[in-house]
Design a protein around this ligand. Sequence first.
Ligand code: C5P
Length: 222
Amino acid sequence: VKQEDLKGIKILITAGPTREYFDPVRFISNRSSGKMGYKIAEAALERGAEVALISGPVSISPPEKLHLFHKVETAEEMKNKVNELFQWADVIIKAAAVSDYRPKHKSEHKIKKSDEEIVIELVKNPDILKELGEKKGEKILVGFAAETDLPEGNAREKLIKKNLDMIVLNDVTKQGAGFEVDTNIVKILYKSGKIEEFPLLSKKEVAHLILDRIKAILKERA
Ligand code: C5P
């Protein structure tokens, strides 16, 4: 029985996409539905954790009994909210698909159609997770990686670069894995070098798996 086995643990979860505007009504975003992060929040609450959820724009409803639920649109807004809650959290799970780039300029007015072609210049967004990794201390940091090529190598590199305890990798080219769907096929890579591979599972099952691994890390440290 897993009930209440995460009692007293404070978990901060980010979920969903971000929107990066180039005029008041237009933006660059991605296909993230928020389902994976919301399922982790739901599973953590069932297990007695205190859960804060910071979400990009999604069409699903948050679970009840959250410690805090905050909606954001841009990576900048997400960064500010995550930083506000950083001290509070024991565990941070960054399931959000944060846009790596944003338009350099945001027009105050809706861009008018003309016969000219237009170019949208993109600049880099801050890497929220990487910044957390630099000040992580005793906190447990979990990242996600959605890859279309060289999945394991890329994920291992991120794990190290961002100073994470573990990274959950989904190959978004596989049927039943990644964005929008209710299932996922994941590999979990650990700081120790260990890799675990899992079959097709529901996102709720994946959520519990991730929480089991976090619990194991907490136990090891205690
Ligand atoms: O490097 P990449 O963006 O693929 O890394 C994915 C992980 O980093 C995810 O956990 C995502 O939430 C996080 N991330 C972030 N800030 C960004 C980009 C990604 O926190 N600007």
